[in-house]
Ligand binder design. Structure first.
Ligand code: ITT
Length: 191
C-alpha cells in the first residue's frame, strides 16, 4: 500500500521505510508531484503537522503522514517552540538560534526544556496523532559536535552529556523523534 511521507528528505524516508518493511511503500512529496511549499501557518507544532498531512490527503488523495518538531522552554513561555528552525531569523542558522536561546536564558534559574515531535497520519479517512517528548536541561555553553539544531546545549534528563556528545545510535534510543515514530510504526504494523 502506498503511503506518502510529507518530506523531501530521502534519508528520513529510507530510515522509516527500513523499519516498516514492504507492507507499505513510502513515497516523498516530490515523488507524488507535490513540488509546491506546503503552508505551515499555525502557531503550534500539532496544527502544522496536521495541516501538512491534510493538504496531501485532500489535494493528492493519498494517505500521508507528516512530522513537525521543536524545542520547548517553559520558562520562556514555550519558546522557541514552533519557531525553532528560524528562532533567530530567516537565515535558519543553528548557531544563531542557540546564541539567542542562551542569551534569553542568561538570567533564568529554570533551564528545563523538552523536545517534542508530533506526527499526524491520515489513514482511511481518519487522522491519528503520535507524539514523542524528551525532557532535559539547557546548559550554559555548547558541548559536542554531533547532531543538529539545539543538540549542543541540550542534556537529556538522566544523562550528563548533551545530545551533540552522543552517537546517533545513542540519541536515537531516547529521542522525541524515535518515540513518535515508534508509535506510528506500531499503528501501521497493526492495521
Ligand atoms: P524538515 O525539513 O524535516 O522540517 P527541520 O529542520 O524543520 O527539517 P524539524 O521540523 O524536525 O526539522 O525541527 C524543527 C527545528 O526544531 C529544527 O530546525 C531544530 O532547530 C529543532 N529540532 C528538532 N529536532 C531536534 C533535535 O533532535 N535536535 C536538535 N534540534 C532539533
Amino acid at each position: 500500500m502506498k503511503l506518502c511521507f510529507a518530506t523531501n528528505n530521502q534519508n528520513k524516508l529510507k530510515e522509516i521505510q527500513a523499519l516498516l518493511g514492504d507492507k507499505f511503500e513510502l513515497v516523498t512529496l516530490s515523488e507524488i508531484g507535490c513540488l509546491e511549499e506546503i503552508p505551515e501557518p499555525f502557531e503550534t507544532i500539532e496544527e502544522n503537522a496536521l495541516a501538512k498531512a491534510r493538504y496531501v490527503h485532500e489535494k493528492y488523495g493519498l494517505d500521508c503522514f507528516a512530522d513537525d518538531s521543536g524545542l520547548i522552554v517553559p520558562s520562556l513561555n514555550g519558546e522557541p517552540g514552533v519557531h525553532s528552525a528560524y528562532y533567530a531569523g530567516p537565515q535558519r542558522s543553528h548557531d544563531d538560534n542557540i546564541n539567542l536561546l542562551l542569551q534569553k536564558l542568561s538570567n533564568e534559574n529554570d533551564r528545563s526544556a523538552y523536545f517534542k515531535t508530533v506526527i499526524y497520519l491520515s489513514f482511511q479517512n481518519e487522522y491519528h496523532a503520535f507524539e514523542g517528548r524528551v525532557p532535559g536541561t539547557i546548559i550554559g555553553e555548547k558541548r559536542g559536535t554531533g547532531g543538529f539544531g539545539y543538540d549542543p546545549v541540550f542534556v537529556p534528563q538522566g544523562h550528563d552529556r548533551t545530545f551533540a556528545e552522543m552517537s546517533l545510535a545513542e540519541k536515537s534510543k531516547i529521542s522525541h523523534r524515535s518515540i513518535a515514530f515508534a508509535g506510528l510504526i506500531d499503528f501501521l504494523e497493526n492495521h
